[in-house]
Structure formats: C-alpha cells, structure tokens
Design a binder for this molecule. Structure first.
Ligand SMILES: [Ca+2]
Ligand SMILES: [Ca+2]
Ligand SMILES: [Ca+2]
Ligand SMILES: [Ca+2]
Length: 410
C-alpha cells in the first residue's frame, strides 16, 4: 500500500483514540459478540453503544476480558439470555456453572446504562475479578439497569478464587458497587441459594456499596447478599430501596431481604434510609459481623413488615462493638423478634432508638443483648447502654418490655 496514503489515516485514528476512546455500535447477537471480542483485544475500545431499543437474544454468553474500563450504553435495549449457557446440579443440588448472559473478566471499571437483561439461563451479569489483579478497586456502576428472571444470580461480582465460592482466596482489591435506578426481580428461581445481587469479596479489600432508587424484590435467594472475608470492611449506603418478598426458593433454608456476612478483621458500616423491607421469608435485614471489628448502623425511615424471622437483626462477634442509631423505624408482624441486637466477645452495645415502633411481633418487639459468652450466668464486663425516645411496643408475643442482657437504659 502507498505509505503516503496510509500515514494520515493512522494519525487520525490515534488522535481520536487518545481523545475519547473508540465506540462500537451493536444491534444484534453477532454485532454484540463481535464488540465484546474486539474490546477484549483492542484496549482502545472503551464503549459499546446499543441502537435504541434493540432486542438481542444471545445463544452463548458474551464475554469481555480486556483490562480497560468499559461502558455499555443500552439506550433501552433488552438482552435475552434464555439460551446463553446452562448449569448442572451436583448431588446436593448445588448449581455448577461458569456461565452468565454478560460476563466481565476484568478489574477495569464497568459502567452499564439503560439496559435490561432478562430470562438468563444462568446468571444475568457476572464480574469475575482476576485473582492477580492490582491497582484501583474494582468498580461496577449500573444506572437504570434491570436484571430480571435469571435462573441463578441476577448480578454476581465474584472476587473469590474458589470455583464454589468456598475458602478465603481472592484478589488484593476491594469492590465498589454503585446501583442507581436499577431493578433486580425474580432472579434465583432455577436452583437453591441464588440472590438478586451477590458480592463475594475475599483477600484484602473492602466492599463499598452505594444503592439508591432501586427495587430488589421477589428473588428466590436473598434480595442482596454482601459477603466479605479477610481483611476489610463492608460499607453500605442505601436510600429509597425496596427489599420485598425475597428468599422463597429453598423451603428448607429460606433467605433474607438483605444479608451481610463480614468475617475476619473489619467492620460493617451501614447507613440505610427510606427502605421498605416486607414479606421476606427469613430475616428482613440480617447483618453478621465476626472477628475484630464493629457494627455501626444508622437506620432512618425503615418499614419492615411481615418478615418470617426477625425484621432487623444485628449479630456482632469477637472483639468489637455494636453502635446502632435507629430513627423512625417500624417493625411489625415478624415471625420472631422485631429488632434483635446481639453482641458477643469483648465489646459493648450503644444504641439510640428514636421514634421506633415494634408491633405484633411473634416474640419480643425489641431484644438487645450484650454477652461475653452467650447465656453466661454473670455479667463479665461493663454494661452497654440504650437511649429510648418515643419507643412504642404493642401486641408482641413475649410482652411489651424491651428484652435486654447487660444493658442499662440512659
Ligand atoms: Ca479482595
Ligand atoms: Ca473483613
Ligand atoms: Ca467483632
Ligand atoms: Ca464484641
């Protein structure tokens, strides 16, 4: 080829790359699969743009494995994953698969806007964090994304190197998850223990989750589970989120609206406001902290009605405290206690309950217990404290006094 003709083309291509990155437009399965493949090999491609309101059915998972940040601009498009992969059940009915409708094998930033992922045969959107990844935390940012009717997880962010998500090996990175104006409904209805949203974080690193104006309802497993082990915290901020009718799929081991499991060094810090948490088949909010570290909870304007176990349950173990401020929280018709805080090992409870109602719960309306070892005969450490302002208990099965252990009222 004539070199004098080629040179200006190369320069213009490299200018556009440096300024903006390159976009690829997609509208059907082959253009979408091509775009994911091209972006996996060409680090200049950082944007995949859907033609408005495209409807794309995938026959295999679309897999991105580049290192660069990638943005999907859905423009109202729908991806149907009903034929994209499959799973098998092992002898104890655990589903085994590496599939998902959209799979991102990367530690690069992932942004998805205005896209629906429906009917996935396995998982809807999957992010696999490479175990040797380094640099900034993994960032997953979804805005106006809807993931519905997945057989397994709706969204799965997996920083656990074990294929069955056992063990404690993961990357040195944490996970930042941002969900705004999203919907996760009717996922986890093809096998036991699959959630609407699931984050598995192992090794070093925190889970940081910011979720607003989002519906997480009618999922077979937990609505959302944040599962963190190794050094690191779970920090979660939620505002205007519904967590209703989750946890029904496995009748032998029902699931929660929102489950946090934090293990080893690190805290749970949860700032939640304007939540509706109704009709979940196990707990409504079920937060478990173990190892060194505290639970710090600020809950404001939460309604949790008709959950089968506790509406709100905080369990802290080993060294560390529970600090909980609840304001305008209403728990009714729970199948166990309405609100239950349990602190074990070294540490204490400090709580402020202001404008809190606990009505018609099957056991205690509110139970707050501080122990070194559960059910010890004598108090072995300084009492914790509770401050009550406008707290109303009525119709609770075990009476309408707050049940406590080693807690003094201020
Ligand atoms: Ca990690
Ligand atoms: Ca931890
Ligand atoms: Ca602890
Ligand atoms: Ca403790």
């Amino acid at each position: 080829m004539n070199k004098r003709l080629l040179l200006p083309l190369m320069i213009s291509a490299s200018f556009s790359t440096q300024a903006l990155g390159d976009s690829v437009v997609v509208y059907d399965e082959s253009s979408l699969q091509d775009a994911f493949q091209q972006a996996s090999y060409n680090p200049d491609i950082d944007e995949i743009i859907f033609k408005r309101n495209s409807h794309i059915s995938l026959s295999t998972p679309a897999i991105y494995s580049g290192e660069q940040s990638i943005t999907l601009i859905g423009k109202g498009s729908t991806i149907d994953g009903s034929s994209a992969g499959g799973f098998v059940l092992d002898s104890d009915l655990t589903a085994i698969t590496e599939d998902g409708t959209l799979i991102f094998n990367t530690a690069g930033e992932i942004k998805i806007k205005n896209l629906k992922v429906v009917n996935s045969a396995t998982r809807g959107i999957v992010v696999n964090v490479p175990v040797d990844a380094s640099g900034d935390d993994v960032s997953v940012n979804l805005d106006r994304v809807s993931v519905t009717h997945s057989a397994l997880y709706g969204l799965h962010i997996d920083d656990n190197a074990d294929a069955f998500d056992d063990g404690t090996t993961g990357s040195g990175l944490g996970v930042e998850l941002k969900l705004t104006r999203c919907t996760f409904e009717f996922n986890g209805t093809g096998a036991i223990d699959f959630d609407g949203v699931r984050v598995d974080e192992r090794g070093l690193g925190d889970i940081y989750a910011f979720i607003s104006n989002t519906a997480i309802d009618n999922n077979g497993g937990d609505g959302i589970e944040l599962d963190e082990a190794g050094d690191g915290n779970v920090e979660v901020y939620m505002n205007r989120v519904s967590l209703n009718d989750n946890g029904f799929y496995n009748e032998e081991d029902l699931d929660d609206g929102f489950d946090i499991d934090e293990a080893d060094a690190g805290n749970i810090e949860a700032i939640l406001s304007n939540l509706v948490v109704n009709n979940n088949k196990d707990e409504g909010l079920d937060f478990d902290e173990a190892g060194d570290g505290n639970i710090e909870a600020k809950f404001k304007r939460i309604r949790a009605f008709n959950n089968n176990d506790e509406a709100i349950k905080l369990d802290e173990e080993d060294a560390g405290n529970i600090e909980a401020k609840l304001k305008k929280v209403d728990v009714e018709e729970s199948g166990d206690d309405g609100i239950q805080f349990t602190e074990l090992g070294e540490g204490k409870i400090e709580t402020l309950l202001k404008s809190v109602r606990a009505i018609n719960n099957k056991k205690y309306g509110i139970k707050i217990e501080q122990w070194v070892v559960e059910d010890e005969a004598e108090h072995a450490e300084e009492a914790g404290s509770m401050t009550l302002k406008r707290v109303e208990l009525a119709g609770n099965g075990k009476g309408d006094e707050i049940k406590t252990n080693n807690i003094e009222q201020n």
